[in-house]
Design a protein around this ligand. Structure first.
Ligand code: FEO
Length: 403
């Protein structure tokens, strides 16, 4: 058996990163296809008065987690475990850790909601101490300030700021999918490429709570912290340019990450009529210099919903090609429309292409796109095969609405 790759690395003075690369997972949260994988990052602050562990890894890596922890500190020296967030990708190794350290020896710190969640998730009666917003803990030469950051990504999520190191341990926020080849942004070759995975992570995981990103960043900025390191629970640790990832999240929250020449096409095609129309449209758009991302539900493949939403998020316009199915909407495109409403919460212009055999669901389609919070530019429906007029109509709408 090949063991997952793990890292134990100093981030700054007494702060260590414990990272495991999960390349086994296929669907994050059982939902989002991530062939790019994901990392789980936990942190340890080793002080002369004991160690503080910040988060853990998911349950299946519990043994490895404890092995890595032993490389930094003796588990018996762990005095506090900070639970930033109870989602099991971070809390999953808690039972193993507490089993080794001793439930009675260690104090767990977290948002007031986290105590009962630990009991209900893991059946553990831990020594739990709720922390107030902005409360500080002194240990050794360090001051750790806890910041409540609700909805990044659950209501009980908090961050820790280690004042003497300027290290913001931010949990899900400022994280991204993929298994970066480096631990730190210092030596990450292609930050733009990594940011594509960050965007997908923001859209799929935090997209529903998007406004809370900017709200929480405003709150953190108002504290005037001297942030030198941003250490999230997924992806790279930012210590060369921490403001870059904070700004990226902020702009994403405000819907400002838009590529003016990008168009995303998501379509279903049961027997090829819609696919034929879409491929003519895409060829023409590309020849005019537009960047086109394509996601399709056809007999040879099904799109990754997460990739489709991520591309939709930074596009100037969406083209949805929708087959009619039993007089209604093709079921997988119904799922796409639902997800576009919940996750791509920045309003987009949408051109709908609808193909039908005997009756068009155009009214339902219009309503669904509007109910999803997006603007219907036009629903263009056609029976069977699309005529050249249909293709020309789509192209003229794109020219009119995309810069
Ligand atoms: Fe990475 Fe919301 O957990």
């Amino acid at each position: 058996m090949i063991l997952p790759r793990t890292y134990v690395e100093k981030v700054s003075r007494d702060l260590y990163l414990l990272r495991v690369d999960d390349d086994e997972i296929k669907f994050f949260e059982g939902l989002w296809s991530i062939p790019e994988g994901i990392t789980y990052n936990a942190y340890v602050l080793a002080t002369e008065e004991g160690a503080v562990v910040f988060d853990t890894w998911r349950n299946r890596y519990s043994n490895l987690f404890v092995e890595c922890l032993r490389k930094v500190v003796d588990p018996k020296d762990v005095r506090y475990v900070v639970v930033h967030h109870m989602e099991p990708d971070h809390s999953g190794s808690l039972p193993k850790l507490l089993g080794i350290v001793g439930v009675d020896r260690v104090e767990i710190l977290g948002h007031p909601m986290a105590g009962s969640m630990i009991r209900s998730f893991y059946g553990i009666d831990a020594r739990f101490r709720p922390v107030k917003d902005l409360e500080a803990l002194r240990i050794g030469r360090y001051t750790i300030r806890f910041i409540h950051t609700p909805w990044l990504h659950w209501p009980e999520t908090i961050m820790s700021f280690v004042e003497e190191l300027g290290a913001l341990l931010s949990c899900d926020a400022f994280g991204g999918y993929s298994i970066p080849s480096t631990l730190f942004d210092d030596d990450l070759d292609d930050i733009e490429e990594y940011l594509e995975f960050v965007r997908k992570y923001i859209v799929t995981v935090i997209g529903f709570y998007r406004p809370f990103i900017a709200k929480n960043i405003d709150k953190i900025r108002s504290l005037n912290l001297d942030v030198k390191i941003v250490a999230p629970s997924h992806g790279v640790v930012w210590r060369r340019d921490p403001s870059r990832i904070v700004d990226y999240y902020y702009r994403a929250s405000r819907g400002e990450i838009v590529d003016p020449k990008k168009i995303t096409v998501i379509y279903s095609s049961m027997y090829g009529f819609l696919e034929e129309a879409v491929s003519k449209i895409v060829d023409a758009l590309r020849s005019k210099g537009f960047r086109v991302a394509i996601h399709r539900f056809v007999e040879s493949e099904h799109a990754s919903l997460g990739n489709a939403l991520s591309d939709a998020f930074d596009s100037s316009l969406l083209i949805l090609g929708i087959s009619t199915y039993e007089g209604g909407i093709f079921p997988l495109m119904k799922m796409v429309l639902d997800a576009l409403g919940k996750k791509v919460t920045v309003p987009k212009r949408v051109v709908v292409l609808a193909s039908y055999g005997w009756g068009s669901p155009r009214n339902v389609l219009e309503k669904m796109v509007r109910d999803a919070g997006h603007e219907v530019v036009e629903v263009i429906d056609f029976r069977g095969r699309a005529s050249s007029e249909v293709i020309e109509r789509v192209l003229s709408l794109v020219e009119r609405y995309v810069a």
